[in-house]
Design a protein around this ligand. Structure first.
Ligand code: PLP
Length: 272
């Protein structure tokens, strides 16, 4: 027998192709030496070319999964991914408030505001954006939007560093304690520059841009590796710096799969 590792929970959708969603989160938790748990929000019928169907899990069942693991096993950090509907978001918020998950409780919560797949398949109903703004962001220890999600949440079309800072300020004003505006979609930037903001100070995190189309699950892997570091007790800036390094190596280790887009991969940890 060994000591119980840190425990991390993902509240997310299933990707049947195994590239993104809770499958990416759980393998990232494992690769970071953390015990992974899941509260499934939706089942996507998905492969390397896209999502062909979605079945949403009843909100009460999503909330019950969170309560079941939090009250017995315990949660050192949690993250959200695909949440699909307002009703599911409201059930998650109630369960997290009850179990101390989120900025007002003891357990850090990373909110990855997943809205669509890279193929453009919708993973969140339009009207659910309001629940992100008014319910989830005020409870977020950290929110990690890409530039498409920034446009949906605060209406800013980021094309340069100045707009990236303006967007971070607006997202912080919505209540997130820390904001990480990911710059990966600014394709004219030869690097990949993300911006971290705590309401006072901006920190730029620059990483390499790899020439690959196989980046499915990249956002999930970044947020999950940040969550794993938080579960192990890291500060938010240290966890984000770790996540940035972890996802860069996972993009470098991505592989082709099926006829479409392959996943980023944490399998590199096995050779390290
Ligand atoms: N499918 C599920 C269930 C997801 O949670 C996500 C992202 O979080 C995706 C697909 C989309 O991943 P990508 O944008 O890398 O295609």
């Amino acid at each position: 027998m060994t000591e119980t590792p840190a425990r991390a929970l993902t509240i997310a959708g299933s990707d049947s192709g195994g590239g993104a969603g809770l499958q990416a989160d759980l393998r990232t938790f494992f690769a970071n030496g953390v015990h992974g748990m899941s509260a499934v929000t939706a089942v996507t019928v998905q492969n390397s070319v896209g999502v062909s169907d979605v079945a949403e899990i009843p909100p009460s069942v999503v909330a019950a999964q969170i309560r079941a693991v939090a009250t017995d096993i315990g949660v050192d950090a949690a993250k959200t991914g695909m949440l699909a509907t307002t009703e599911i978001i409201m059930a998650i918020v109630a369960a997290c408030d009850e179990t101390g998950i989120g900025a007002s409780g003891a357990t850090p919560l990373v909110v990855d505001p997943v809205a669509a797949s890279m193929h453009g398949d919708q993973l969140l109903r339009d009207e659910a954006l309001d629940a992100y703004r008014t319910e989830l962001l005020p409870r977020a220890t950290l929110v990690t939007p890409n530039l498409d999600e920034v446009r949906l949440l605060v209406g800013i079309d980021v094309t340069d560093g100045e707009q990236q800072r303006a967007a971070a300020k607006e997202l912080h004003a919505l209540g997130a304690r820390w904001v990480l505006v990911k710059g990966g979609h600014m394709h004219h930037d030869p690097d990949c520059t993300d911006l971290l903001f705590d309401g006072t100070e901006f920190t730029e995190l620059t990483g390499p841009r790899f020439d690959t189309k196989h980046t499915h699950g990249g956002g999930d892997t970044l947020a999950a590796s940040i969550t794993a570091a938080l579960a192990k007790g890291a500060s938010v800036p240290d966890a984000v710096a770790h996540g940035k390094r972890f996802v860069a190596r996972s993009v470098e280790a991505s592989y082709p799969l099926g006829a479409g887009v392959g996943p980023v991969s944490p399998l590199w940890v096995l050779d390290d």
